[in-house]
Design a protein around this ligand. Sequence first.
Ligand code: USQ
Length: 394
Amino acid sequence: MRVFIAGIDGYLGWSLAIHLSAHGHQVAGADMLLRRQWVAEVGGISALPIASRDERRRAYHDAFSRPLDFRVGDLTDYSFVQDCFREFQPEAVVHLGQMPSAPYSMMDQAHCVWTQRNNVVNNLNLLWAIKEIVPEAHLLKLGTMGEYGTPAVDIPEGFFEVEFRGRKDRLPFPRQAGSWYHQSKVHDSHNTHFAAKIWGLSATDIMQGVVFGAHIAEMGADPRLQTRLDFDQCFGTAINRFCCQAVIGHPLTLFGLGKQKRGFLPLADAMACLRLALENPPARGEYRVFNQFENAYSISELADLVQSVAADIGLSVDIRRYDNPRHEMEEHYYQPDRQHLLDLGYQPSRDMRAVVAGMLRALRQHKARIKAHEAALIPDIRWDASRRRSEVIG
Ligand code: USQ
């Protein structure tokens, strides 16, 4: 299948290019290389060194004996998107090319507006370019479990049956996002659903949990095929940050009570799920929603897990609670469904300890890079748009 990856240079995009190519798909993609700039802007760096775009293309050629069409360009520029689609004629488009950080979007007016304009406009451009150039193509759009928020009822996959004043309907499940970034994804979901309805586009909206890990088997031992792994307050996600903290002996940073629950999944599971969705496309005009995660965990359970796996390999690490820079529920009900991907054959990897151990071993070799950027670990971006460094509270 010809698959176009929007955001091919990112954490997920680069991994997916390798994964799909290793499974016989023909891949092309575009990226503005902005993730590299954003991480530098907030004082971070990828804990695992990553190759430049040109080195990545050479490594890809060495691994798959064919060139990689990897364009540098802006998805908010419609003529750029049109050129990509006209030349490559994708059968599927995977949209991973957005600004993915909640804290980055909460920094100030400029970062909020930039995030929403970039994310909403570039998704609209992909929808229009599919309609005009490749109307049969399947859009696989990365959304987030964070679109749903943390309601006190079970979370279905996108839609639910509701009875109100004696009448019944199947309606979109309410979205209650927790950041300007997550709100941008809610807008995308509405726009994508609408495009499917009015133009008959086929779309899968993936409500993905928090991904962790940085290696998939298909990357092999070539360091140029490695994807990035961030640990700063904006682009580092919980388990990845905890592993980076563990290898430099920094206490693991639980925000607030640490009882917040989220769906999590290893990078290898994320890749397997995206491929399953591509290889089992929706019908023409169908808009479907998949919740994508291995399991739901509380943040403190995960900190305990990282602490325990670190101890197995001789690293002693403390866990500390910091005052929470976010506005979020710290203790709540959380019961999301994830049946659709299981029905397509998703087999969740059960060995979190092995993934965490692999990360710790890889990260140990790059301790100095993390240590040199340690200042980026403690959050100072707050949901009320003030700046104050979080303090230890327990
Ligand atoms: N947290 C800590 N300590 C940390 C970092 C995070 O306690 O050092 C807590 C946060 O307060 C939050 C939870 O862990 O309750 C998750 O935070 P996160 O930074 O790992 O993830 P989040 O901001 O939710 O965003 C990440 C990705 C985003 C994706 C989302 C999926 O950055 O692109 O959409 O995960 S989900 O969380 O399901 O919405």
